[in-house]
Design a protein around this ligand. Structure first.
Ligand code: NHW
Ligand code: EN5
Length: 399
């Protein structure tokens, strides 16, 4: 039983939902508390200024030592400082939504939660939501019910800004997922992955057979493929928004600034490519991946696993095609694009390319030799109920 979540505007875990809408009404501004929630007296609230390198470093260190691990505590996400700035300072970011808790006596940062604004379409309806991420409580302060305090405080701060719904993802199951996706992994450096215990040599295989099996071509194969540039932004925005209409739960890139921020290549953080038709100069496809290393916990030989994660992609689809032809076309084209992504990720020295089985990803995982991971990712909405979304109808990729 969920002592905290049972008090929140979320559906029960076993509730079947047939209609969409808010669970509770918006709260009038004068009824929203203007003061932060009380904290145990040894702690104090703070806002993390991500434009100040010193504070970025404090957040980086909190997360590097205390953020998400796999079920056997072999790996822990190690988002880079540069990545965190990118993730937390998108267009229209709010200072008041980068919330920390410090120890009053020595000002040490011991907990954090973030919100960023996002336009999300859920089935037919587009909403401005708060996207919550990077909830973290220092390992020494676990199980003291600090997480509910952080969640209630960011909820209050979202209400102050006039936003009464939120989207978030988590490995854990709480009331109530709108979708559940599975992680997939494509080995690029099988030797290192085996040495890190990230993957193992199957009983009837050998390392050299694995190395051969996971080898990728030297060069990309798609004609007209190149890195995305700033002048591509308007076309990419139209192409990506159009592709995302295939899904039931997807972001809407409302401005060129959104695409510039989220999709344009960003050194050491995001890699993005477009396919330009040599004749018409029109952009027909795009794909991207981001860098999220993991610390390898207690391994004598390796300290970091360099993982790339599939991010957004899109392709032009001939609307005149019949449904089945259309799906076949997407499958074929997507396999070409992801095969090139493997080549580029390998070139950039990534050990593995990770993905989830959302969007059209089920169409390429087998052919591109991705294998099942042991992790799942649940998608949630706060204060909004809607029918379950199947994994291949999820169009939101969260960092
Ligand atoms: S998911 C990653 C979350 N972070 C980690 O896993 C890092 C490592 N773990 C920790 O730091 C991505 C701690 O274990 C945390 C919990 C802080 C996770 N989501 O303080 P207590 C996100 O950032 C519930 C939601 O004693 P703790 C998304 C748990 O079910 N709830 O635990 C974040 C229990 O409630 P219950 C979670 O271990 C979305 C209560 O917390 C949760 O010391 C947040 C226990 O608290 C999780 N990942 O700290 C929601 N993990 O009812 C946003 C545990 O079951 C909602 N819990 O008794 C929307 C807000 C905005 C609304 C705007 C309108
Ligand atoms: C919020 N944005 O469990 C995110 N990762 O499968 C927060 N497993 O890396 C929520 N356990 O399967 C994140 N190797 C929830 C995920 C938390 C991290 C997590 C999983 C995802 C993972 C690896 C390592 C397992 C180590 C032991 C895994 C097998 C790979 C193999 C490669 C070759 C082909 C077959 C599969």
């Amino acid at each position: 039983d969920h002592k905290f979540w049972n008090t929140q505007p979320v559906p029960n875990i076993d509730e079947e939902i047939v209609e969409s809408g808010p669970i509770e009404a918006d709260i009038p501004f004068d009824q929203i508390k203007k003061e932060p929630l009380p904290l145990p007296k040894e702690f104090e609230w703070c806002e993390i200024n991500m434009e100040d390198e010193k504070e970025v470093k404090e957040l980086y260190e909190l997360l590097t030592m205390n953020y998400v691990e796999d079920d056997e505590a072999q790996f822990r996400f190690d988002y880079s400082a540069e990545f965190l700035k990118w993730a937390l300072l998108p267009p229209n970011w709010r200072k008041s939504w980068l919330v920390g808790i410090r120890v009053a006596a020595n000002k040490r940062l011991v907990a954090f939660i973030s919100g960023i604004p996002v336009a999300m379409r859920t089935y037919e309806k587009v909403h401005n939501l708060t996207e919550i991420n990077f909830l973290c409580v220092h390992k020494k302060l676990r199980s003291k019910r600090l997480a509910p305090v952080l969640i209630k405080e960011i909820t209050r701060r979202s209400h102050i800004e006039g936003i009464f719904q939120a989207a978030y993802t988590a490995g854990v199951v709480i009331p109530k997922p709108i979708a559940t996706c599975r992680y997939y992994h494509r080995s690029l450096n099988p030797k290192k992955l085996v040495e890190c215990n990230f993957s193992r040599i199957p009983p009837r295989s050998t390392l050299s057979r694995m190395i051969k099996n996971f080898k990728v071509p030297e060069k990309t194969n798609t004609a007209g493929l190149r890195e995305m540039r700033k002048e591509d932004v308007p076309q990419v925005r139209v192409l990506l928004n159009k592709y995302l209409t295939r899904f039931d739960f997807a972001p809407v890139f409302e401005t060129d600034q959104d695409v510039e921020h989220w999709i344009l290549p960003h050194e050491k953080v995001v890699w993005s490519y477009v396919v330009e038709d040599p004749k018409t100069k029109k952009i027909t496809d795009m794909f991207s991946f981001y860098s999220l290393p993991s610390s390898v916990i207690g391994n004598p030989k390796h300290s970091t696993l360099n993982a790339a994660y599939m991010f957004y992609y899109a392709m032009e689809i001939d609307e005149a095609l019949e449904h089945e032809q259309k799906e076949k076309f997407i499958s074929k084209r997507l396999n070409e694009l992801v095969n090139d992504a493997l080549v580029l990720a390998k070139k950039a020295d990534f050990d593995v390319l990770n993905t989830l089985d959302l969007m059209d990803n089920a169409k390429f995982v087998d052919e591109q030799k991705f294998g099942n991971g042991d992790g799942y990712l649940n998608y949630y909405l706060y204060n909004y109920k809607c029918p379950d979304v199947s994994r291949n109808k999820v169009g939101l990729v969260m960092l």
